[in-house]
Design a protein around this ligand. Structure first.
Ligand code: ATP
Ligand code: MG
Length: 469
């Protein structure tokens, strides 16, 4: 008889029924936490695996929390072997009959729990998953091929989820608790993590992990995935080599950082590049790169160093180009000034839905500096600083594509003058029924600047095609 049947038949008390709870009832501050009441039913296997987990911690707990243990793959694999062997011993000594699948499952779960990130391990190991979104212990979504789906993976409880969050956050010397309930962190492999815990996250802690792709998507991968056409790619390559100041604009998760990384790959070796990011994501291959990363405040709330300070500082580092991972605030003004003062070919991203919105966002961000600058002066700065805006979007089927490559040609009265070089054409569909990126048919004004910096522009790139991609 298998363990689950044996325990289920011998001791019905193991299963805890979830008590009836009124819907949408919010906890008041005075109420005690009702952990017991919200616990899902515990199966005999889960209860046995809890027992084994505790015994394991007693046996090899010291080895697992040994701070001198190095993070190398070899050391981690040694520890995993030790833990697996110990688990096998513990299970055997318990004299409880387990079939092979149950034994494997318990060993897998307990090992993942104590050495890794519990139920998330399977998703972290799955290469088809690009993002993991945990919305409380009972709801875990993943993104695969641009599409979000709900998984059937669950955490045992809110407290297991909190333990996983603590583990991630403490590994980089940060902490998350009532006084700092929002935290950005990173996994050892570079994956970007954000966690929010109650009371800010009303329905349980949330964890968002943007998985780091080791090889990163190259410009040619994006071309293959149909994010843009070969002609657009040739133009983008020439534009980057030709030192156009470029803004990559798009909604959240549209692929801005990936696209920025691809543009950066076209920068000629020899340029001194300073990159500034909230959390390092860019993977530049050039030799002469200085990477700067923002710092969050310490436990006393002091010592934060933001993008703006790093941009200002970078100007004293004699960079040829400055790449800012994302412009969110007052750093936009420093970035415009940098673009206007000899750091041509600088690149950044920002959140906006159209190229014109991107410019309005910059204007708003500049106003956030608190300087009382007239709108016209800001617009003039933008007109001379920004050459190109690449707008990204996600189609309904989840595909991430370039929707506009637009140049800023100057001012027309009080307005900034924009000229679309390539746009998505919804009347010209490809074999999948998706819109195609089409050139406008006009050689852009920025071609002159590109040629001036030694780049080459071919008029053929801008001739509209008939059959699309
Ligand atoms: N053209 C593409 N085709 C398929 N997948 C893509 C494409 N561009 C980016 N991705 C994938 O989409 C995910 C989000 O990409 P990325 O981090 O670049 O987005 P983002 O716009 O910078 O997001 P955020 O707004 O959160 O900073 C990543 O997993 C990335 O590998
Ligand atoms: Mg990004």
């Amino acid at each position: 008889m298998s363990l689950s049947r044996m325990l289920a038949e011998s001791d019905g008390s193991i299963s805890k029924k979830k008590p009836e709870q009124p819907h949408n009832r919010r906890k008041t501050d005075r109420e005690e936490p009702q952990e017991e009441q919200t616990k899902p039913e515990i199966s005999p296997i889960e209860s046995f695996s809890d027992k084994i987990r505790l015994k394991l911690v007693e046996k090899v707990g010291d080895a697992m929390s040994d701070s001198s243990l190095d993070e190398s793959e070899a050391a981690q694999s040694d520890l995993r072997i030790k833990v697996t062997a110990e688990l096998n011993n513990l299970i055997s000594s318990d004299n409880i009959p387990l079939d092979d699948d149950e034994r494997k499952r318990i060993i897998g779960e307990v090992t993942n729990d104590v050495l890794g990130y519990g139920p998330l391990e399977a998703l972290l190991d799955d290469p088809s998953v690009s993002e993991i979104m945990v919305n409380g212990p009972d709801s875990i979504y993943v993104e695969r091929n641009g599409k979000l789906t709900l998984t059937d993976i669950r955490m045992r409880s809110e407290s297991q989820l909190r333990q996983i969050i603590d583990k991630i956050v403490s590994s980089i010397g940060r902490r998350v608790d009532e006084s700092s309930p929002l935290v950005d962190a990173r996994l050892a492999d570079g994956s970007r993590v954000n966690a929010v815990i109650p009371p800010l996250a009303v329905d349980g802690s949330t964890l968002t992990i943007r998985k780091f792709s080791k090889d990163g998507l190259t410009a040619f991968d994006l071309l293959e995935k149909g994010a843009f056409t070969a002609e657009a790619l040739k133009f983008l390559q020439a534009a980057t080599k030709g030192r156009l100041n470029t803004i990559v604009s798009g909604g959240t998760g549209t692929g801005k950082t990936t696209f920025l990384n691809c543009l950066s790959s076209f920068i000629q070796d020899g340029d001194r590049i300073v990159t500034i990011e909230d959390a390092v994501e860019l993977q530049l291959k050039q030799h002469h790169v200085i990477r700067l990363e923002c710092r969050t405040a310490n436990i006393e709330g002091k010592g934060a160093i933001g993008t703006r300070e790093l941009v200002k500082n970078s100007l004293r580092m004699r960079p040829d180009r400055i790449i800012v991972g994302e412009c969110r605030g007052a750093e936009a003004l420093d970035m415009l000034q940098a673009m206007n003062t000899g750091h041509e070919g600088s690149l950044t991203t920002l959140h906006a839905n159209t190229p014109r919105d991107a410019l309005s966002r910059i204007e708003t961000m500049v106003l956030m500096t608190g300087f009382d600058l007239p709108t016209r002066a800001i617009k003039e700065q933008m007109a001379s600083a920004v050459d190109l805006i690449c707008q990204l979007t996600r189609l309904r089927n989840g595909r991430r594509v370039v929707s506009h490559i637009t140049e800023v040609t100057g001012m027309e009265g009080e307005k900034l003058a924009l000229n679309d070089i390539f746009t998505l054409n919804y009347d010209m569909l490809d074999a999948n029924g998706d819109p195609t990126l089409q050139p406008s048919g006009i050689v852009p004004s920025v071609a002159e600047k590109i040629s001036h910096h030694g780049g080459h522009v071919d008029g053929q790139w801008f001739v509209p095609t008939v059959e699309g991609l």
